[in-house]
Ligand binder design. Sequence first.
Ligand code: PMP
Ligand code: GLN
Length: 389
Amino acid sequence: LASPDGSTRPTIFAEMTALAQSTGAANLGQGFPDGDGPEWIREIASAAIRDGANQYPPGRGIPELRQAIAAHQLRHYGIELDPEREVLVTAGATEAIAAAVLAFAGPGDEVVTLEPFYDSYAAAIAMAGAAHVTVPLVPGPDGFRLDSAALDAAVSERTRLILLNTPHNPTGTVLSRDELQLVADAARRADALLVTDEVYEHLTFDGDAHTPVATLPGMAERTLTISSAGKTFSLTGWKIGWIAGPAELIEAVTAIKQFLTYAGGAPFQPAIARALVDGDADIAELRDSLSARRDLLVAGLREAGFEVVVPGGTYFVCADAAPFLAEGDDGAAFARALPGRIGVAGVPISAFCHEGSAAAQALSSWVRFTFVKDERTLRTAVERLRELG
Ligand code: PMP
Ligand code: GLN
């Protein structure tokens, strides 16, 4: 029972969480909040269970949630969607990504992503039998930025789709409008579809606003936008995600989704529908508190001696562990030893790269830490990181 990359290993996130648990380490590895989402949203789901929302919901999602997703896209970004035909509810963003890749890419096709990339991208592309081509994001004075020459080299007439991610896991990069325009131009030149994973859309800092690719001129017709309530409302275990875009593309994704999960999350759907309509204050509070926690961790990592790229968004900060590597070690060896050594868990950036790729080599000493943990956990981690010096 091997996964598409031929390995039977658990994902790096599961591995690091298990390691953090067995060593009692502060878990800055897997990106999930260590608190609950807002109580009023959880209450709606509890009431829905009491009131009988316990059988299969409609495969495309309950109408109330599809309407709320369409209203959210309109209110925040001016994107107009028909909730009947242009919105599909999925089992988290993960299912949306897999269903979109399986719907549009197959043997002989190329799918382009940034590198480092979220781990499920490589698996979904492999399941589809397509080839995975990447555009490295390499750190410079302005953070991890898109290289337009690398983008042009990667996108060709063989490109079936570009699977983009902004705000970006693991680097925390929020792609600028100019960078997005480069991607949009490349997609149009290659006549490729754009699938954008925007699960961290609301988690941006320093007034750095997220721009959905679908809002760029002429892009709505070739763009599918993915997001998830897990990140926006700190309810990652509910696995309520969605994908939105042109009706005929959503129809193709629905055809795949119905044989992946068919439907899911019946009692969570009405709760997320209300959250998307009435939850803006909760989103603002999360963004502000996350921004403060980012500052705490960035300062702690710097004091401990790491080089850090300050993230514009997401749950994550990337740090170069080069000063702390033992002879012959890389970031992966460092990250695997760290919980036992000082009681802190992180994830090596190489886990988000193809083995031996240019990005993997350039980032071989880098580690990702998450700051979506309570302040006490972060302070404990920062104190322990000082022991490295
Ligand atoms: N995309 C990215 C970039 C992510 O970071 C994550 C979760 N960490 C997902 C997708 C998966 O989202 P979900 O839990 O909604 O499936
Ligand atoms: N997306 C989370 C992360 O990047 C983990 C989710 C998972 O474990 N699949 O840490």
